[in-house]
Design a protein around this ligand. Structure first.
Ligand SMILES: Cc1cc2nc3c(=O)[nH]c(=O)nc-3n(C[C@H](O)[C@H](O)[C@H](O)COP(=O)(O)OP(=O)(O)OC[C@H]3O[C@@H](n4cnc5c(N)ncnc54)[C@H](O)[C@@H]3O)c2cc1C
Length: 241
């Protein structure tokens, strides 16, 4: 039963994604299913009744009562360190959702799709990549994923496995340190990186940009300068600077 839209959820598994991030799988009785790109609100209640609510994107999509979140720890944060370090299978929390109807991908009719992720902003884009792959639409999707280092990449193995001929095309951008043998530049995603790796504006892709607020605004502005129509650039801001 839901009260005020909140559903009880039980953690079914916790998986290490990076040194600072965990994938949480939750069983949510009565979950109505969700589209690729949507998010939930998570509510935690302490023994003294204190409550905290934060939004988390879903890397899962479709029907079923099991959902997946990917949480990266924000140092000194209130909620994310608990979700990353302390949550264990069997723990209970509350979920509201699915939320968001704008930052979603639906099979059929979308044309080319460009995904641009910064850090944990990859989570809803993983759902889109999974949904597009399942709908045999992977070839129309490109993902540019900006991470500090290779070790900071969430879903790294799965994303690299998607990147087969006819699958989602993946380009890495490293902001701090690149793996051995990397010949590209290291640094913030800029217009030259976007020009080299995203579908060009003439092809009129729908672009999904997600990550920390500063990253999203910087990338969205650069895309518009490169000729992408602002109404084809969908953004999801995770907060922070
Ligand atoms: C729609 C939506 C979807 C989201 N999906 C995800 C997701 O899939 N995975 C995920 O890890 N996070 C996601 N977030 C961010 C998440 O909601 C929290 O903001 C984040 O986990 C930090 O919460 P906290 O309580 O630990 O930090 P807080 O105690 O709220 O904040 C501590 C400090 O960190 C800063 N801060 C807050 N958020 C961020 C951030 N994202 N990056 C850098 N600094 C920040 C604050 O400004 C503050 O100074 C999403 C946010 C939104 C709005």
């Amino acid at each position: 039963m839901t009260v005020g839209g909140w559903r009880p959820a039980r953690v079914s598994s916790v998986t290490t994604a990076t040194p600072t991030a965990r994938l949480l799988r939750l069983d949510v009785p009565g979950w109505p299913g969700n589209e690729a790109g949507q998010h939930v609100d998570i509510r935690l209640t302490a023994e003294d009744g204190y409550q905290a609510v934060r939004s988390y994107s879903l890397s899962s999509y479709g029907p079923g009562e099991s959902i997946e979140l990917g949480v990266d720890e924000v140092p000194d944060g209130e909620v994310s360190p608990y979700l990353v370090q302390d949550v264990r299978p069997g723990d209970e929390l509350e979920v509201k959702g699915p939320l968001g109807g704008y930052f979603v991908w639906r099979p059929g009719g979308e044309g080319l799709v460009q995904l641009v992720a910064g850090g944990s902003g990859v989570v809803p884009l993983v759902a889109i990549a999974r949904a597009a792959t399942d709908a045999s639409a992977g070839a129309s999707v490109r993902l540019l994923y900006s991470v500090r280092t290779r070790e900071d990449a969430m879903y790294r193995d799965e994303l690299e496995a998607f990147a087969t001929p006819g699958g989602v095309e993946l380009t890495w951008a490293y902001t701090r340190q690149a793996p051995e043998g990397w010949t590209g530049r290291i640094g913030r995603v800029d217009e030259s990186v976007l020009r080299a790796s995203v579908w060009s504006a003439e092809l009129q892709p729908t672009v999904y940009v997600c990550g920390p607020t500063g990253f999203v605004e910087h990338v969205a502005d650069a895309l518009v300068r490169l000729g992408h129509s602002p109404d084809r650039v969908k953004t999801e801001r995770f907060g922070g600077a």
